[in-house]
Write a protein that binds this ligand. Structure first.
Ligand SMILES: [Zn+2]
Length: 327
């Protein structure tokens, strides 16, 4: 019978445990227990540790003084039992790049950080923003201090690598230009700064009509919310989530009965907050770009800057939601 053999560098699953009991070797994997057939039982636990540490098989066999054939046999055994991470193609899948046209509503330190992280090949980014770069914006993006008072689209032009993005100067949200721009995107990221409910709702509507996946990012002094990643018409939309939050608040404890928020002495500097937000935003963007790869339930990632905790809050579809009734 042909034995499987893991390719060079394949990693063992994190949940694999191997226990040697006398001359028997037991492998625990999830809820299953298997007995491994090996001749040199006492060395096997050492073998697995060294292997997982990245040492070549020939070296380990020499070190433990076991025949190479025994080592290969053990690896084939482990492979047959499914002890290796993924299906050996995991790293390739993980690195699947984002492709298509990614539209950013709002240019700021967070979206700048995301655009800089987009792959150079197979992906275009464009920005729609119509406002002016402020001192608060500049605090988030070192090197942009000199541009305070200039249009954000011009700042994007200066702060991003030349030719990296297509920038639409001064696009008005309520214009037909904006509607047409949204229709051309594969994915939209709405991070206009602050809560910007009107902008988020408009993007929700335009993307919903066109079935375009989109991601909203909202930030206030105390926290930043990333998501939910909306994939119309299947997932909860922005309005589902905000209406639920509003309804929940109406039954929340009165302010005097709530415990005071935990406070840090100082918040993280806004440039670092923007970087953290951009990295986690990229995670959601990857999920939106590879819908087949994800079965994660809809959620909001909340970064609490007072405590430096992050939480995943469930996002649920609201029955008869006025935000996705046209879906
Ligand atoms: Zn909805």
């Amino acid at each position: 019978m042909a034995r499987s053999s893991p390719p060079e560098g394949a990693r063992l699953r994190d949940d694999l445990e191997v226990v040697v009991a006398g001359d028997r070797v037991l492998a625990y994997l999830g809820n299953h227990t298997y007995e491994l057939s090996v001749k040199e039982a006492p060395q096997i636990a050492h073998f697995i540790e060294l292997y997982d540490g990245g040492q070549p098989v020939a070296e380990i066999a020499a070190l433990l003084n076991i025949p190479r054939a025994t080592a290969d046999d053990l690896l084939a055994n482990l492979a047959d039992l499914g002890c290796f991470a993924g299906d050996f193609r995991l790293s390739e899948r993980d690195e699947r790049p984002i492709t298509g046209d990614i539209g950013f509503v709002g240019f700021n330190a967070t979206t700048c950080g995301m655009i800089r992280r987009l792959p150079r090949e197979g992906c275009t980014a464009s920005i729609a923003d119509w406002r002016i770069w402020t001192a608060a914006d500049a605090r988030g993006l070192p090197g942009s201090e000199a541009f305070v008072g200039q249009p954000r689209s011009a700042v994007a032009d200066r702060m991003l690598e030349p030719g990296r993005v297509m920038i639409l100067p001064g696009i008005e949200l309520l214009s037909d230009d904006f509607t047409e721009w949204v229709a051309r995107q594969s994915i939209v990221v709405a991070s206009p700064g602050g809560l910007s409910p009107a902008t988020q709702e408009l993007v929700n509507q335009r993307c919903g009509e066109r079935r375009i996946p989109w991601l909203g990012i909202r930030d206030v002094a105390s926290h930043t919310d990333i998501g939910p990643a909306v994939r119309p018409p299947d997932t909860p939309c922005y309005v589902c989530v905000t209406l639920r939050t509003f309804l929940n608040r109406s039954v929340a404890l009165p302010p005097e009965m709530r415990s005071p928020p935990k406070r840090q002495k100082k918040y993280l500097p806004s440039a670092e907050r923007a970087e953290i937000t951009a990295i986690l935003g990229m995670h959601e963007l990857h999920e939106l770009a590879s819908p087949d790869d994800t079965d994660a339930p809809s959620h909001i990632t909340r970064l609490d800057w007072r405590t430096n905790e992050s939480r995943r809050l469930p996002a649920l579809k609201l029955p008869n939601c006025p935000g996705c009734e046209w879906w």
